[in-house]
Design a protein around this ligand. Sequence first.
Ligand code: VG1
Ligand code: CO
Length: 542
Amino acid sequence: MIRTVATKPYDDQKPGTSGLRKKVPVFQQQNYVENFIQSVFDCLEGFEGKTLVIGGDGRYFNREVIQIALRMAAANGFGKVMVGQGGILSTPAASNIIRKYGAFGGLVLSASHNPGGPHEDFGIKYNASNGGPAPEKLTDAIFAKTKTIASYKIADFADVDLDTVGTFSAGGISVEVIDPVADYAALMESLFDFAAIRKMFASGFTMAFDAMHAVTGPYAVEILEKRLGAKPGSVRNFVPLPDFGGHHPDPNLVHAKKLYDLMMSAKAPDFGAASDGDGDRNLIIGRGIFVTPSDSLAMLAANARHAPGYAGGLKGIARSMPTSGAADRVAAKLGVGMYETPTGWKFFGNLLDAGMATICGEESAGTGSDHVREKDGLWAVLLWLNILAARQEPVKAIVEKHWAEYGRNYYSRHDYEGVETDAANRLVSALRAKLSSLRGQSFRGLTVETADDFSYLDPVDQSVSSNQGIRVLFEGGSRVVFRLSGTGTSGATLRVYIERYEPDAAKHGIETQEALADLIAAAEDIAGIRAATGMDAPTVIT
Ligand code: VG1
Ligand code: CO
């Protein structure tokens, strides 16, 4: 039976950088989930009888929301739902399923790197038929709909057993519970030289992969240990837990500190890596050397030809605006296009669909390619492994040779979390107001060349996205960027991105914060962060 249920709108269902993210108790309010999902469906056209993919990162509340989504998909006229066993699908795996099986779209349930649990974060994101996050036009329409929604449709049927693979019928539609790993593993096998990587592991190569008790555990065990022969135990924390074991599943130097410490110790394996809550981010650490995500993007692009899936070369490279310019130098050398987009994977979709870019990346540990329409943590790990197997050199040597060839982009991001929202907005408005007066001014001996609020003109559909972050560019190519996070769930997070280019190989061994000290001080002089936030130092430095 299908019911139409009257409801009242909420005013806070605005999708952020990557879907709607809120605390679990917010999602647990009456009709909160239903309102959002109905608003998504109401903004779509032509899905009658078609397939919807549903999966999540296994965090607290995942299963409950999947049951609601199944009943609403049936009531709204989808013909079939494909759902990962146990409710599990990593974000890149969900993207692959949508594309491979020609689904109309998908609901990805995750709050990514944010913590999980009854009082932590949850999220819902809609992905379109290309497998990628809904473009801004659609997320704007969804938000508008959530403000006027008056009813939703839901079918009545008992909970579907999510733990048994197979096809069931429920509420007049077919529900297929699929193995979440198989299709993804097959895709990876089609892109990379598994035989060469297997040979490398067989000859004693060692690695540590930290799944952070999040979604990549089952994927990493299957691919790294079973198919590629990494020593059992190479994958750590591989059981996905609803609260990620109480940690932040954020693969950075703060939350993956154990892995970092191991990689810097005498007992370090050859290669260290980690992924986040929903499996789309990656952390890469060689023995004795951390590879910044911006550098990793550049190095993967420069070496991609070693992998069979990219042997034909790259069509272009895209990076988000705050990501360092290291990849730009690679694109120039390869003679391919370089695109600078706003933060968030949804902005890469058009470039990938149009065949203008092959590899994309963000400074926030996201790298991916045109194989899916999401960033992909394990993909990055496997491309690194493929390159290591082909070049037969340690990570450190590859990194240092890259710097010697292209120069080094010293780079760091300073996050100020939990800032009072009004104070954060005031800081940004004040910065905006003085943008034009900054030009020509000097801070700590650095002269401002230009300052603007980044605006993006999508070269494919000509859409414009404004106010995407304040850039202050200094003479000589150094820069600082300020923007507010669009993924947090309490207060505001100010992100300050700092970059300096150093062409001289003799100066490539400086500690990062030290190399950036003048710029860090200049950022403080320009924005008055301490006074505005009441904080003496960033809460997270990556
Ligand atoms: C952050 C990152 C951004 C990333 C987004 C989603 O957004 O900076 O690069 O695309 O998270 O990643 P923000 O607005 O907080 O800076 V994930 O792994 O949450 O899907
Ligand atoms: Co993520």
